[in-house]
Design a protein around this ligand. Structure first.
Ligand code: SAM
Length: 278
């Protein structure tokens, strides 16, 4: 058994890992992420405290992950030559195992050093052209470890809310300056949701604890605002969380709650997946 000691933000990846493990145990699993389940069984942790034990968390997080998997696969199919996948804030996510990219793909998983250490201990080596980088994505140096010779697809799930706007801007500018072309895929919250979450953090929000809510900073209302951050950066697509396919997999009470929530002011656009190209 492995013990884990992580700080608040790094620890959030245990909640998403647990949700994928629970999804894999369901009779009609969405992601079929059996490695997540194996890892959960090997880590000594009070999983009941992650807060993602409810059936709707497993479904919503698995559906979000599946859409980002699909967008990433779409990029790989559209670029059958040599490309790089930059998976930011990878946590213990097995996206590289789920997508099993061909040898022409260079895959780079990036997260804080303590998370990457844990990843090395707990997850199987996927093989192929795979590497891990242990760094905050906001540090200036780490991108130099990644060759900028190919088109890139950057996928970041559950990251952007933990960054400040200036950090996101700088990160995107550095990526766009480093690679010849590519796509950026990430989930985000609306500014209003981030503001409300911080104001009402004492309440907690579903599986997200007070300390985590206080670590949320950045939200997006108009994705086109980002186009001004770099020459050639173009907003390509969005998917509202309330429009993700297969939400009928949610228990009825959660489905109804989501529909009602989407009708409230600011409810519909509170969570989105965004796709940009450059
Ligand atoms: C909600 S978890 C998501 C993890 C993974 N993407 C998943 O879906 O399971 C948030 C992740 O963001 C990482 N993270 C937050 N801020 C970061 C930063 N500045 N640099 C690198 N990773 C960061 C945390 O360490 C954590 O692994």
């Amino acid at each position: 058994m492995e013990r884990v000691a992580l700080t608040t933000v790094q620890g959030t990846m245990l909640a998403t890992l647990y949700a994928r493990a629970l999804d894999s145990r369901a009779p009609y699993s969405i992601l079929g992420d059996h490695i997540a389940d194996e890892v959960v069984r090997r880590v000594e942790h009070d999983w009941s405290k992650t807060g993602t034990g409810a059936p709707w968390d497993a479904v919503t997080l698995a559906l979000r992950g599946r859409e980002l998997d699909r967008w990433t696969t779409g990029f790989l199919h559209a670029h059958p030559g040599e490309v790089t996948v930059l998976h930011l804030a990878c946590g213990l996510d097995t996206r590289v195992h789920r997508l099993a990219p061909p040898p022409s793909v260079r895959w780079v998983d990036v997260d804080y050093p303590d998370v990457i250490d844990l990843r090395r201990r707990l997850l199987p080596e996927p093989g192929g052209d795979y590497r891990m980088v242990g760094s905050s994505v906001t540090d200036e140096g780490w991108l130099e470890e990644v060759p900028g010779d190919r088109p890139v697809v950057v996928v970041a799930e559950g990251l952007t809310m933990y960054l400040h706007e200036e950090e996101v801007r700088r990160l995107i500018q550095r990526i766009c300056g480093h690679f010849p072309s590519g796509e950026l895929l990430f989930d985000c919250f609306s500014k209003r949701l981030v503001r409300m979450a911080r104001k009402m953090s004492w309440l907690g929000l579903g599986f997200v604890s007070r300390a985590v809510l206080e670590s949320w900073h950045w939200g997006v209302d108009d994705p086109r605002e980002l186009e001004g951050w770099c020459d050639g950066l173009e907003f390509a697509d969005e998917l509202y969380v309330v429009d993700v396919p297969d939400l009928d997999r949610l228990p009825a009470v959660a489905r109804i709650g989501m529909r009602v929530g989407a009708r409230l002011p600011g409810g519909r656009d509170s969570g989105r997946l965004l796709r940009f190209r450059f």
